[in-house]
Design a binder for this molecule. Structure first.
Ligand code: 13P
Length: 261
């Protein structure tokens, strides 16, 4: 059987990280207004802090601005003080959850949570069970890139983070080179394309070409209005995961409208 030609609706997702209290939701009201004035062909989601998930959902932007969380626990429930389960996010109105972000994979002494790919996989499974779509993040550090280990590192993260069943309906991959996050330095469009093609090829080999050709692969790392269109124009880049620039409705609108449809 021949695999279908790649046809994917792009996704542009914001990641607010640990920014934003209730008053910042006004920015999403502005985003909603400004998106109404533009034509765009991608899906849009904003992954807000857990405290804002329910409040964003209650703003009823529906499919225009979908709500996402930024992490979930791997268990459905239990004695895990301070954690949020995938079911809880879903109940609060989330459609999406980011898992395995490099800021969570980072060592505890660097402010991260030391999350392993094995743990990330448990979280993806929990999200699948809850009916949430996961944005699974992978990416190499600068030291790993410099030592020529990029493909080995990203390949291992993917193989270990993804569950046995994986479909475009429940999983999106985000390639986020750690050295490009919040640094103002972006992967060149050619570097992004090379990594995205590598990821798609790996997914095709593991899950079949139908999955490989239909799974969205987002780029993340210092995407701005000025560079979005060039990065998004690459064949295997199906949208972006946007940090800092998602906090400002004007910048985020410009990035959304730069997406191919
Ligand atoms: P920046 O866009 O701020 O570099 O962050 C990218 C990111 O980490 C999105 O998850």
């Amino acid at each position: 059987m021949t695999a279908p030609t790649k046809k994917i609706k792009p996704l542009v997702a914001g990641n607010w990280k640990m920014h934003g209290t209730g008053s910042h939701l006004r920015e999403l009201g502005r985003l909603n207004t400004s998106l109404s004035k533009h034509k765009f062909g991608c899906d849009v989601a904003v992954c807000v802090p857990a405290t804002l998930v329910h409040r964003l959902s209650a703003m009823k932007f529906g499919a225009k601005i979908m709500t996402g969380g930024q992490d979930c626990h791997g268990a459905q429930k239990g004695a895990h003080t301070g954690d949020v389960s995938a079911d809880m996010l879903k109940d609060a109105g989330a459609k999406w959850v980011i898992v395995g972000h490099s800021e969570r994979r980072a060592e505890v002494k660097r402010g991260g949570h030391g999350e392993t790919s094995k743990l990330v996989r448990e979280k993806v499974l929990a999200a699948q069970m809850a009916g949430l779509r996961s944005i699974v993040c992978v990416g190499e550090t600068l030291a790993e890139r410099k030592s020529g280990d990029t493909l080995k590192v990203v390949g291992a993260q993917l193989r270990q983070s993804l569950p046995d069943t994986c479909s475009a309906g429940d999983i999106v991959i985000a390639y986020e080179p750690v050295w490009a996050i919040g640094t103002g330095e972006t992967a060149s469009p050619a570097q992004a394309q090379e990594m995205h093609a590598f990821i798609r090829n790996l997914i095709s080999k593991a899950y079949g070409e139908v999955v490989g050709n239909s799974i969205s692969i987002l780029y993340g790392g210092s995407v701005k209005p000025a560079n979005a269109e060039e990065i998004f124009s690459k064949a295997d880049v199906d949208g972006g995961l946007i940090g800092g620039a998602s906090l400002k409705s004007a910048d985020f609108t410009a990035i959304v409208t730069a997406s191919k449809s």
